[in-house]
Design a protein around this ligand. Structure first.
Ligand SMILES: Cc1cc2nc3c(=O)[nH]c(=O)nc-3n(C[C@H](O)[C@H](O)[C@H](O)COP(=O)(O)O)c2cc1C
Length: 499
């Protein structure tokens, strides 16, 4: 039977699909887990480290590459690249091979054949068994991954501009390029029994989609995941219905030669029985879930548990595997989905470290608090003591800077690069930030403010493309607080662009 047959799979999800989510999903019955998409140059700029303490293989971005921006790439591509750092600090990818053995698929963002091959060789070259003293005759796979998946579905602007994700579906020439990447990967992976797959969105018509899938199947891939929406149907709520009938036709035509994995059904999947319905609609026996897994990672189980229980398990893995706090906080926030007003969610937003988070979910044992304390003192405190106020501190999940908006000094305050001139024409940081978002082609910023305990002073928080910015200083009015937070965002982005 094909490796991908009859599987319940956790989908690749940027920032959510890091190690604690994957392990939690596996504990609740997922058969396979996809890691979040990682772009080729990020993994090529990293070195792998055998982490003997955690028994993990870590890919760490080399220190001197940390803030380097490729001048030949466009701004948005660089922002996309930088986002990975913010989510994961300098650990790009972490896997405990003993736990994820035979269950982990690595998703790659690339449009370059040589890079794809290098990455396949790089990942399969890690000899984890000898390093962790696991005997070679043990049943486990010698490789840290079971497969490599090519992302051909991401419709985000930064992917399109970098020519990756669904940009590879844009024309026959692009599809041909994707096929050459897949053929090369199949050739490289197959002798090692590492699987090759790709993930697409459908094209606007069924005949075109069928032709596309046939072309992809001929490359020799082991599996093809189909999200039943087109690349232009990219509203974040996925309100357009998923084209289950396209998937059904494709699976009837191709399932004998490569496994078709159905995706896109989360709007209608809240429990395991709904998965059976999705299987029947799409004619597929392998199903991949993203948003319904994000809401409750126990969706893969025949007896689902409460969100609190899922979070407790997630926290356990986050602490044991020293997942970066910002990333864990982000992932738990996603689990609240449309429930952002609840008390727990508000407490979560305020949590500044694992200790505070553990207090909300009261883990069964003090052990977690102890581990949390270790991590807290290792990373947060030491980082804080060394903090240079001219730089930023992103440990709290919000990027905080020591800046204050004063209209008399605008725009000469700390905008230390050649973008400063452009700001002369804007009366204040908020208006300048709107302009900045327009040039970067990213959604407009949104603002909220919090008041100090005596209600007399405020901090503004601006949310821009999943990043939040604020100041150390409390301001006398909400208006100034928002302007100061916009100043931080501008400072951060302009500093980054000027590197
Ligand atoms: C937060 C989030 C992050 C995502 N990141 C990726 C990704 O890294 N790679 C990818 O191929 N798809 C990504 N997707 C798309 C999902 O894998 C999936 O195709 C889509 O959400 C539809 O499936 P669903 O109905 O089960 O949510 C992401 C989706 C979400 C919600």
């Amino acid at each position: 039977m094909n490796f991908f047959e009859n599987k319940l799979i956790m989908a690749p999800m940027v920032r959510f699909g890091t190690l604690p989510s994957r392990l939690t999903a596996l504990d609740y019955g997922a058969d396979l887990v996809f890691a979040e998409e990682i772009v080729d140059r990020l993994i090529l700029k990293s070195k792998f480290v055998l982490n003997h303490k955690l028994k993990t293989i870590d890919f760490i971005v080399k220190e001197n590459e940390f803030h380097k921006v490729d001048k030949n790439s466009n701004i948005v591509e660089n922002i996309a690249y930088k986002h990975n750092f913010i989510a994961e600090n300098n650990t790009v990818f972490r896997t405990p091979p003993l736990k994820e053995n035979n269950k982990l698929i690595f998703q790659l963002g690339t449009r370059n054949i040589e890079n794809a091959i290098k990455i396949s060789q790089y990942l399969s070259g890690v000899n984890w068994k000898s390093e962790f003293n696991v005997p070679n005759d043990d049943d486990s796979s010698p490789y840290i991954i079971s497969g490599i998946d090519l992302n051909m579905g991401c419709p985000k602007d930064y992917s399109l501009k970098a020519g990756i994700g669904s940009a590879l579906l844009r024309s026959d020439t692009e599809i041909e390029l994707a096929c050459r990447i897949l053929e090369a990967l199949v050739k490289e992976n197959r002798p090692k029994d590492i699987k090759t797959s790709c993930k697409i969105r459908v094209l606007p018509t069924l005949p075109d989609t069928l032709r596309l899938c046939q072309t992809l199947q001929k490359t020799g891939i082991d599996a093809l995941t189909i999200h039943g929406r087109t690349p232009s149907e990219k509203k974040s709520d996925f309100s357009t219905p998923n084209r289950d009938h396209y998937i059904n036709e494709i699976s009837r035509l191709l399932n004998d030669s490569c496994t078709i994995i159905a995706n896109g059904g989360s709007n209608c999947i809240n429990k395991i029985l709904d998965i059976d319905y999705f299987k029947a609609e799409t004619g597929c026996n392998s199903i991949m879930l993203a948003r319904s897994a994000m809401k409750n990672l126990s969706i893969f189980s025949t007896s689902m548990v409460t969100r609190d229980e899922v979070i407790r398990k997630y926290l356990k893995y986050a602490l044991i595997y020293e997942n970066e706090f910002i990333n864990s906080k982000y992932a738990i926030q996603q689990m609240f989905y449309h429930d952002g007003k609840s008390d727990q969610f508000q407490k979560l937003l305020k949590a500044k470290n694992y200790r505070e988070m553990c207090k909300i979910w009261k883990p069964d044992t003090e052990l977690f608090i102890d581990i949390a304390d270790d991590i807290y003192s290792d990373s947060f405190e030491s980082h804080k003591n060394n903090i240079d106020v001219a730089k930023f501190d992103n440990v709290d999940g919000i990027i905080i800077m020591d800046l204050h908006y004063d209209y008399r000094e605008w725009p000469n305050m700390q905008i230390d690069n050649n973008y400063r001139l452009q700001f002369n024409k804007f009366p204040n940081p908020k208006l300048a930030l709107i302009h900045f978002c327009n040039i970067l082609n990213i959604p407009q910023p949104s603002y909220y403010s919090i008041s100090s305990p005596d209600n007399r002073t405020f901090k503004g928080i601006v949310d821009i493309k999943d990043l939040q910015f604020s100041t150390y200083k409390w301001e006398k009015s909400k208006k100034i607080a928002e302007q100061s937070s916009a100043l931080c965002a501008i400072k951060y982005i302009s500093k980054f662009l000027s590197l």
